[in-house]
Ligand binder design. Structure first.
Ligand SMILES: Cc1ncc(COP(=O)(O)O)c(C=O)c1O
Length: 407
C-alpha cells in the first residue's frame, strides 16, 4: 500500500471552491451572529417531544423520509401560516428543509442562471448573498430607508438595469426585521412592490425567518399574504424560535418552482428524527415559547439601546430601536471605518459585523450590525461600553479614520 499523499491536483470540478473551514471563535462580547439565548432553548420540551414522536412513529426511521418532510410537521406549518400569516396552503405545498438556508438555496438554484441579475436590499443577509454569488448571480442592492425598500427607487433601478440589458430575474427580500438593518416594510410599500413586481414580471423570494420575533407593534402582512398569484416564493425557519442547531426550516412556492427546487436537493432532506422533536414540542407549546423568548429579548434590546445612548451619542452615531428580530443597525459618521475597526475590536473583545459585509454594491463602511440576542442585558451594556472605548481610542490614534478620497 502506498503511503505517499495522493494528489487531487487537476481532479477538482471547475465548480468547486477552495474554501477554508470556518474557525468558530467567540470574542468576550459577541454581537456578531444571531444566536438565540442558550437558556431559552426548550431542551426538556424537545426531549419530551422526541420521546413522544419516537414512541408513536419511531419505526418509520427504518424507511427514507417523505421527500417533502415529515407530514405532521408540514401540517403544523400549514396551520401556523394560516394563523400567523393569513394565507392558506396545503401540506403538499410545504417543503421542510435544513434551515431556511437550504430553503433559500434550493429556490435560488431553481431560479438563477449564471449571469442573471438579482435585486436584494442594499444591505442583505450574508448567507443568501453568498448563495446568490455562488449561483453566479450579478447581485444589485436597491436603496433602503428606515422602513426598508423604497418602492420608487426599486422601480427606477429595475428600469435602469433593464435599459442596460440586465433585466432583473427576481427580488430577494427580508421584509420583516430585515437582516442586517432590522427594519420592517409597511404594508403600503409591500403592495406597491407587488405592483412593480407584476409590471416587470419579476418574482419575489420572501425570507420571513424573523417574523415570530416581534417584541412590540403590529406584524405586517407577508407579500405571500397579499398576493396569491404565485409571484411570491415564501421561506421561513424554526431556527429563530427554537435553535439553529436543529437545522429546520421550510418553504412554500408554486408547484413548478417546487419541483425545480427539489431537483437540487441531495440526501433526502432534514433529519426525520429531529422533525419528531420539533413538531411534538411545537404542537404543545409554540406560542407560549415564542412569547417567553420575546420577553427575554425585549430586555436585551432595551439594554443595548440604552447603552448605545450612553456611549455612542457623543460620537454623532445613529442607531435603530427595532421592534423585534435580533439586530440593531449602527450608523457611525462617515469618517468612521467600521470595516477596518472590525478585526481590531474583535481582538480587543467585542465582535460585530461591519456594514460592508452585507453590501452587494460595496458600500457600508460606516455601518455595523449588532446582534443583541445572545447572552444577557448586562452583557450587552458592558460590551457596548467596551466597544465605544475601543473605537474612541482607535479614532484618537487616527487608526480607523477613512482615508480622504476613499469614498
Ligand atoms: C435572513 C436570514 N435568512 C436565513 C437565515 C438562515 O437561517 P437558518 O438556516 O438557520 O434557518 C438567516 C440566519 O441568520 C437569516 O438571517
Amino acid at each position: 500500500m502506498s503511503s505517499a499523499k495522493f494528489s487531487y491536483a487537476g481532479l477538482f470540478s471547475s465548480r468547486s471552491q477552495d474554501l477554508p473551514t470556518r474557525k468558530v471563535i467567540h470574542p468576550k462580547y459577541d454581537f456578531v451572529v444571531a444566536y438565540p439565548d442558550p437558556e431559552t432553548v426548550p431542551l426538556e420540551g424537545l426531549m419530551d417531544g422526541l420521546k413522544a414522536g419516537l414512541a408513536r412513529d419511531g419505526q418509520d426511521l427504518a424507511y427514507y423520509p417523505h421527500p417533502l418532510g415529515l407530514p405532521e410537521l408540514r401540517e403544523l406549518v400549514v396551520t401556523k401560516l394560516e394563523r400567523d400569516r393569513g394565507f392558506k396552503v396545503t401540506p403538499e405545498e410545504v417543503v421542510i428543509t435544513a434551515g431556511s438556508s437550504e430553503a433559500n438555496w434550493l429556490v435560488v438554484q431553481a431560479l438563477t442562471n449564471p449571469g442573471d441579475t438579482v435585486i436584494t436590499e442594499e444591505f442583505v443577509y450574508t448567507g443568501t448573498l453568498a448563495q446568490l454569488r455562488r449561483a453566479g448571480a450579478n447581485v444589485v442592492g436597491t436603496p433602503l430607508d428606515d422602513q426598508g425598500i423604497i418602492p420608487e427607487a426599486l422601480e427606477d433601478l429595475i428600469k435602469l438595469l433593464t435599459k442596460q440589458g440586465k433585466k432583473p430575474k427576481y427580488l430577494y427580500t427580508i421584509p420583516e426585521f430585515q437582516n442586517p438593518t432590522g427594519s420592517t416594510l409597511p404594508r403600503a410599500r409591500r403592495e406597491k412592490i407587488l405592483e412593480i413586481a407584476h409590471r416587470h414580471n419579476m418574482p419575489i423570494l420572501e425570507d420571513d425567518c424573523y417574523v415570530d420575533l416581534r417584541i412590540e407593534g403590529e406584524t405586517q402582512p407577508a407579500f405571500r399574504t397579499l398576493d396569491d398569484s404565485g409571484i411570491v416564493n415564501y421561506v421561513a425557519s424554526f431556527s429563530k424560535i427554537l435553535a439553529p442547531g436543529l437545522r429546520h426550516g421550510y418553504f412554500t412556492v408554486p408547484e413548478d418552482v417546487q419541483r425545480r427546487a427539489l431537483s437540487f436537493r441531495a440526501g433526502g432532506g432534514p433529519s426525520q428524527f429531529t422533525s419528531y422533536a420539533v413538531v411534538e414540542y411545537l404542537k404543545k407549546d409554540m406560542y407560549g415559547h415564542i412569547s417567553e423568548i420575546n420577553d427575554v429579548q425585549r430586555a436585551k434590546r432595551d439594554a443595548m439601546v440604552s447603552a448605545l445612548g450612553e456611549h455612542f451619542g457623543g460620537m454623532g452615531a445613529k442607531w435603530t430601536n427595532p421592534a423585534g428580530g435580533l439586530y440593531i443597525w449602527l450608523e457611525m459618521p462617515k469618517n468612521y471605518d467600521m470595516t477596518a475597526l472590525q478585526p481590531i475590536c474583535f481582538e480587543a473583545g467585542v465582535g460585530y459585523s461591519a456594514g460592508s459585509n452585507f453590501a452587494p454594491n460595496g458600500n457600508g463602511d460606516n455601518f455595523a450590525r449588532l446582534c443583541y440576542g445572545h447572552p444577557s442585558p448586562d452583557y450587552n451594556r458592558d460590551g457596548i461600553a467596551l466597544l465605544a472605548s475601543i473605537i474612541e481610542k482607535q479614532m484618537s490614534r487616527g487608526k480607523a479614520r477613512v482615508a480622504p478620497g476613499r469614498r
